[in-house]
Ligand binder design. Structure first.
Ligand SMILES: Nc1ncnc2c1ncn2[C@@H]1O[C@H](COP(=O)(O)OP(=O)(O)O)[C@@H](O)[C@H]1O
Ligand SMILES: [Mg+2]
Length: 376
């Protein structure tokens, strides 16, 4: 492998509500990855869950036009002479293998799953890559799954002594009848306003701020469209700050950035559509608060057993300056202007170097995993 480039398979798209965000992140990765060191194989996952190889213009990935081109190419290749290719028993590796010009089967050396949300960032794809025995960028199955599920991650962070908002867990089947008992619980435990969110989602889909009891049911129903499990959370009146973490066993925390949402809270529109939300790097906060955020970010990363990368999001409560963890993202938005990349840029690691480091960390993690599984 030393005298040839490392083959990186970039996975993008996926079957989550963050399909589009993933396409945009992936396009940016492909535009900036170090082409002197890496050969790229690009695989798009459609909203229906098909895996399609794509070697066309990378600028068509963000817009979604890649899919039609990839399908056309697939048909064309099938019509050529698929029967000449001998295939053995299928393995997980086949998903990330491809045939070169000479009809030889080639495999990637490492996978970068640039996938956000359920079925991508939640351990499912990571499990597949683990079975295929191939190094991949980012967290392992357990950390990805626990990080995706806002209830499980809360339990882990609570155990690590990191402050978080109080919450009530509700299952979808509990909201079919009267929800008076939930209104009572909010009155007693959380107060109003409160936040309602699906336990497993992202990009603020299905998240609502609820100001009065009459609006609780609607918010619960909206969240239930995305997940079977819903959290009602205490409202934190705070500034929103984020910290990027990079590494495996000895991770580093970046500087801290602040988000100033252009809407009442950082909803989907404020994140991706309105273009008016601001980010301030480094956040203008007292040094001891910045250090508290960075310390909790590393604690959270380690407590969950993360590897590679994660972005840890916090509130700094306006009245008290208390640092409260909101959530972790094990595959955060990853364009060159995303918070994760900008935080590292500000901390001295440019975007394309960040991609290289993540790939190196993937190999390092894979080696450690091999050791612990004693696979020979
Ligand atoms: N408990 C809370 N108090 C105040 N604002 C919140 C709370 N929970 C979520 N928000 C707001 O909603 C946004 C999205 O919620 P979040 O839990 O981060 O979900 P997602 O995983 O979809 O990003 C946050 O960035 C914040 O603006
Ligand atoms: Mg968030």
């Amino acid at each position: 492998m030393s005298n040839r480039k490392i083959r990186v398979a970039v996975l993008f798209g996926g079957q989550s509500s963050e399909h589009e965000v993933s396409r945009i992140s992936a396009q940016c990765v492909l535009e900036n990855i170090d082409k002197d060191r890496f050969d790229i194989q690009t695989i798009g996952i459609t909203r229906q869950g098909e895996w399609i190889k794509y070697d066309g213009d990378i600028r068509l990935i963000g817009s979604g036009e890649w899919e039609e081109k990839a399908r056309a190419k697939l048909l064309e290749d099938r019509n050529k002479s698929p029967k000449t290719i001998q295939s053995g028993p299928a393995t997980c590796m086949d998903l990330i293998s491809y045939y070169d010009q000479e009809g030889n089967k080639q495999s990637a050396d490492v996978v970068f799953p640039v996938l956000h949300g359920p079925n991508g960032e939640d351990g499912s794809v990571q499990g597949l890559l683990q079975l295929a025995n191939i190094p991949y960028v980012g967290c392992n199955i357990l950390a990805s799954a626990a990080g995706m599920d806002k209830e499980f991650s809360k339990l882990v962070f609570q155990n690590a002594g990191i402050p978080q908002a109080n919450y009530i867990k509700v299952m979808r089947n509990e909201i079919t009848g009267s929800i008076d008992y939930l209104v009572n619980q909010v009155n007693e435990k959380l107060g109003w306003p409160c936040f309602v969110k699906p336990a497993n989602a992202g990009s603020s889909v299905g998240v609502s701020k609820v100001s009065k009891p009459e609006d609780l049911e609607g918010a619960l129903r909206t969240a239930a469209e995305y997940d079977n499990k819903i959290l009602i959370e205490e409202f934190i009146d705070g500034r929103e700050v984020e910290c990027a973490v990079l590494g495996n066993e000895n991770p580093m925390a970046s500087t801290v950035g602040e988000i100033i949402p252009c809407n009442e809270f950082y909803d989907y529109n404020a994140k991706y559509l309105d273009g008016k939300s601001e980010t301030i790097i480094p956040a203008k906060l007292d040094e001891h608060i910045i250090e508290q955020v960075r310390d909790y970010a590393i604690k959270a990363f380690k407590a969950l057993g993360c590897s590679g990368l994660s972005r840890v999001d916090f509130f700094v409560e306006r009245k008290t300056n208390r640092v409260i963890l909101n959530e972790i993202n094990t595959m955060p938005g990853f364009t060159s202007i995303s918070m994760y990349s900008k935080l590292w840029e500000a901390s001295g690691i440019p975007y394309s170097e960040l991609i290289t480091r993540l790939i190196e960390l993937a190999f390092e993690k894979h080696e450690n995993t091999l050791r612990s599984y004693e696979r020979k």
